[in-house]
Design a protein around this ligand. Structure first.
Ligand code: IDP
Ligand code: MG
Length: 139
């Protein structure tokens, strides 16, 4: 299992607010190389599958609604210790708890609309990257 890749999505709120460029710049400045990148929109079935681990949670319906309401930017990122370092860069799930300078502190509105996704393990990074990208889209 490789440890130098993670997967991210700039969620619909980030795209709506025009934050794609600013967030990609933060990612770049933190030393991540972009392996794959695209703007796309998830269907309801896509979001239900992507977040299946949360399907018993009370916020699941709201999460699927949010993640499908507009386009996202999906990306695979490469750096040593990618998963952990990217979670540090984005900050806590709830922006109220996120450290100063983190992407969620800067750009997230709430625990629900929190600007970005970051994989939580090397295994999930590989699964989530493959969910959005074919091998021909990874460089
Ligand atoms: P993470 O994105 O920091 O890994 P998870 O617990 O995996 O956080 O939750 C996935 C996503 O579900 C969050 O990023 C957020 O968009 C949403 N979410 C998590 N907790 C809540 C909540 O309490 N209310 C509404 N939405 C939530
Ligand atoms: Mg998570």
């Amino acid at each position: 299992m490789r440890t130098d890749r993670t997967f991210t999505m700039l969620k619909p709120d980030s795209v709506e607010k025009g934050h794609i460029g600013a967030i990609l710049e933060k990612i770049n400045a933190a030393g991540f190389r972009i392996v794959a990148l695209k703007e796309t929109q998830m269907t309801t079935a896509d979001a239900q599958a992507f977040y299946a681990v949360h399907n018993e949670r009370p916020f699941f319906g709201e999460l699927v609604e949010y993640m499908t309401r507009g386009p996202i930017v999906a990306a695979i990122l490469e750096k040593d210790n990618a998963v952990e370092d990217f979670r540090t860069l984005i900050g806590a799930t709830n922006p109220a708890d996120a450290a100063e300078g983190t992407i969620r502190k800067l750009y997230a509105a709430s625990i629900g609309e929190n600007a970005v996704h970051g994989s939580d393990s090397d295994e999930n990074a590989a699964i989530e990257g493959a969910f959005h990208f074919s091998g021909r889209e990874m460089f």
